[in-house]
Design a protein around this ligand. Structure first.
Ligand SMILES: Cc1cc2nc3c(=O)[nH]c(=O)nc-3n(C[C@H](O)[C@H](O)[C@H](O)COP(=O)(O)OP(=O)(O)OC[C@H]3O[C@@H](n4cnc5c(N)ncnc54)[C@H](O)[C@@H]3O)c2cc1C
Length: 359
């Protein structure tokens, strides 16, 4: 009986929460979720869901990202999430070089043929981009993917938690050497959705991982209200520019070698401000209204991974989602839930074996 299976999920970011969602959809309702929230990537993230114009050659990554982007509409409809949590407002990617733009448009059309989530693609002149996104000045033309989406990680998690009726235990928990949660009754299955903190989580099991933290910072500005349908701009050579209620977000930085540091770094903030001023000259001398800092998880091959721990068959882990984890997260969660139900399912189209990342 699924309801008798006691499941613990450690980590309440996009992976942990959407895993809870898929498990509940399959009838598992004895779920305890632990999250201490510090540095969580999901809440800090910019929120762009638009993987289709990426030239990354990693097929497994693209399969996950394409599936993740597609799953959002289903989750949002089922859980009745608001447009503040998720909306398909479109994404515009620019290129300065007309040949590169033409090649990107070709790629977009190819991918559109078997990707209904993209909805439509359109080439835009600089003046058309400026009309779509008030305040923006761009010398470069671009491509609009109308199905490109934006999520607000904080609102998404809040609304999904409420829909699931989950009580989150806001506490940092530790595994014991036998793979249970210190201080809690025995669980039948444990999911480690601990993001960048996987090394610490599995240390009591005598295991190590190649996952490393990467710091990311972004800034927000107040601007005159933008329509809820204003697209996200991904300008070549600059940071991304995302409309939010009454403002915009600009970011995010990718800072290696900073460990789990969450302090605001003024040099980085000044770079972000300079980029914001180039994209929208009205922001050139305006101070940002807020700064967000979070920690991403990276693997040596920049690929996310997930699976069952070989020597602890009741423990499952997912990490290494990097800078596109909001996009791949729901796909990883769906497959992880399927693996919990049937340990024999084939995952090689989506991830390398977990032993490539955990020793
Ligand atoms: C600045 C920034 C911008 C980004 N922009 C985008 C974007 O535009 N598009 C995109 O697709 N992706 C983006 N990302 C990447 C994306 O946010 C992450 O890859 C994704 O959110 C990772 O999700 P996760 O669930 O694996 O980890 P997290 O969201 O980090 O969640 C892990 C959680 O586990 C908790 N935890 C860890 N150990 C324990 C423990 N022992 N006990 C209790 N709790 C624990 C942590 O506190 C944390 O809350 C961005 C990331 C950052 C930092």
């Amino acid at each position: 009986m699924t309801s008798q299976v006691r499941i613990a999920i450690i980590g309440g970011g996009i992976v942990g929460l959407t895993t809870a969602y898929y498990l509940k959809q399959s009838g598992f309702d004895n779920i305890t979720l632990f999250d201490d929230g510090t540095g969580q990537a999901t809440k800090a993230a910019a929120g762009i869901i638009s993987p289709w114009l990426s030239k990354r050659r990693n097929k497994r990554w693209y399969t996950l990202a394409k599936l993740g982007a597609q799953l959002y509409s289903e989750i949002v409809a089922t859980a009745h999430l608001s447009s503040g949590a998720y909306r398909q407002n479109g994404t515009i990617v620019t290129r300065h070089d007309s040949e590169k733009l033409a090649a990107l448009y070709e790629l977009a059309l190819q991918r559109l043929a078997d990707t209904p989530t993209m909805q439509a693609v359109e080439q835009l002149k600089p003046s058309e981009i400026e009309t779509y996104i008030p305040g923006v000045k761009t010398p470069a033309a671009g491509i609009l993917v109308t199905g490109g989406a934006q999520i607000d990680g904080t609102i998404f998690l809040q609304e999904l938690t409420a829909f699931l009726g989950l009580k989150i235990i806001h506490e940092k928990v530790n595994l014991t050497a036998t793979g249970q949660i210190d201080g809690y009754p025995v669980f039948d299955k444990i999911v480690l959705a601990t993001g960048a903190w996987l090394a610490e989580a599995i240390a009591p099991l005598g295991l190590t991982t190649s996952v490393r933290p990467q710091k990311g910072q972004l800034i927000s500005y107040q601007t005159p209200a933008l329509s809820i349908n204003t697209p996200v701009l991904m300008p070549e050579g600059e940071y991304d520019y995302l409309p939010i209620v009454n403002g915009v977000i600009v970011g995010a930085s990718h800072e290696d070698d900073q460990g789990f540091d969450l302090t605001v770094d003024n040099t980085i903030i000044n770079n972000l401000r300079a980029s914001a001023g180039k994209i929208n000259p009205q922001l050139a001398n305006v101070a940002p209204t807020s700064v967000r800092v979070g920690t991403r998880a990276y693997t040596p091959d920049f690929a996310p991974f997930f699976g069952q721990l070989p020597d602890f068959k009741h423990i499952y882990a997912a990490s290494g989602l990097g800078s596109s984890g909001l996009t791949t997260g729901p796909a990883i969660a769906k497959l992880l839930a399927a693996l919990i139900i049937d340990s024999k399912i084939e995952l090689s189209a989506y991830t390398k074996p977990i032993t490539e990342y955990i020793n």
